[in-house]
Design a protein around this ligand. Structure first.
Ligand SMILES: Cc1c2[nH]c(c1CCC(=O)O)Cc1[nH]c(c(CCC(=O)O)c1C)Cc1[nH]c(c(CCC(=O)O)c1C)Cc1[nH]c(c(C)c1CCC(=O)O)C2
Length: 346
């Protein structure tokens, strides 16, 4: 049957006059209705594990803006938590985790197939969403890429340069690779369960891929992603996969071929004209307006949005930001971006 959902058409390789649009972190603190539901839930993690409220916040940006896709409300750090790491969020600072830096820390982790008890509420959120979303809206599931998840597990927090993870991979490659393999295995099962619950697309977030270069990028960004894609394609051949090796630079070229993803998400450091010539030649791309425009708005937002739409008009494209929208964004600028994309036929 011919695909009618615009996101699925783009992922199948079809160029469209008006590209489909959604936005990273579209359910987030810039929206007053999100802040209200989050306050009702208590804290961020309680919101992630409360299927009814997580469904509600996932639906909020769909109701307000009519995005073409909804992304499951959860977090990439739920997988480490399901593997046995302690996880908490410090207001204004970000995530904190118990660290994995020794063999004993690693041995204390749970096996990959023990994650599902913890993650069951996430699968329930997916099931609720499949019932509640409008028929034209695509449901996207997601997980963190093994490297990015490992950087948090090793450091116990976000770091500017992923120093602790780079140190471990150089000083104890065997332990580092065992950790990466455990996360990879858990991620395959986690995404597979999201798909079985009703996710129509999955996205793999490698937010810190840009700190890996050359051989290390091939081993720790490309290879785990390739393994996840191969396993998922075997189990669920019809489900498209988006890869996001953020700030990969020149390594965006060939990433889709090397990993098997159906679409590559571009961060806003990438020039759209360059990406159309070197990345979009291999298939669908997603991106890549700078999130700062959602704060500043105005003519620059309109001009840049149009330039991105035009640059990618010759091939399959999903419009998005280059990274998540920030809490200080103005909800009206989001509407302006959407109106500009949907009016842009010139
Ligand atoms: C690195 C990373 C994380 N989480 C995620 C990444 C990869 C993408 C990226 O680079 O941003 C991915 C993520 N996090 C969240 C989603 C939900 C779906 C979406 O709307 O995009 C997704 C896909 C919700 C969230 N995850 C988080 C929030 C804010 C929590 C709140 O309400 O206070 C949301 C809506 C918290 C979070 N979660 C994480 C951090 C570092 C933080 C703290 C920073 C911050 O406060 O913005 C880990």
């Amino acid at each position: 049957m011919a695909q009618t959902k615009t996101i699925l058409r783009a992922l199948a390789g079809e160029p469209q006059d008006v590209p489909p649009i959604w936005m990273m972190r579209q359910a987030g603190r810039y929206l007053p209705e999100y802040r209200a539901t989050r306050a009702q839930a208590g804290d961020f993690l309680s919101l992630c594990y409360n299927s009814e409220l997580a469904t509600e916040v996932t639906l909020q940006p769909i109701r307000r803006y009519g995005f073409d896709a909804a992304i499951l409300f959860a977090d990439i750090l739920l997988v480490p938590q399901a593997l046995g790491a302690d996880l908490w969020f410090v207001t204004g600072e970000g995530p904190r985790l118990s660290t994995v830096t020794t063999q004993a820390d690693f041995d204390a982790l749970k096996p990959a197939d023990d994650i599902h008890d913890t993650l069951a509420p996430i699968y329930e959120t997916v099931r609720l969403l499949t019932r509640e979303l409008p028929p034209q809206t695509t449901l996207i599931g997601f997980a963190g890429a093994p490297w990015t998840v490992a950087t948090y597990m090793i450091a116990g927090r976000g770091t500017p340069d992923q120093g602790p993870a780079h140190a471990l991979r150089q000083e104890n490659a065997a332990l580092f690779e065992a950790l990466l393999a455990r996360i990879t295995e858990a991620t395959i099962d986690y995404l597979s369960m999201q798909i079985e619950a009703g996710a129509e697309v999955v996205k793999i977030f490698d937010s810190w891929a840009g700190s890996l270069k050359g051989e290390a990028f091939a081993k720790y960004a490309v290879e785990p992603c390739r393994q996840i894609v191969a396993a998922l394609k075997q189990r669920h051949p019809a489900i498209p996969i988006i890869g996001f090796p953020r700030e990969a630079g020149d390594a965006y070229v060939g990433f889709a071929k090397a990993t098997g993803v159906d679409c590559v998400a571009l961060d806003n450091s990438v020039d759209p004209g360059w990406a159309a010539a070197h990345v979009q030649v291999d298939g669908c791309v997603q991106g890549n307006l700078a999130s700062a425009h959602m704060v500043a708005g105005g003519q620059a937002l309109v001009d840049e949005t149009r330039a991105i739409v035009r640059a990618f008009a010759g091939g399959p494209h999903i419009f998005n930001l280059g990274h998540g929208i920030t809490p200080d964004a103005d909800p009206e600028n989001v509407q302006l971006m959407i109106d500009t994309v949907r009016d842009n036929k010139s």
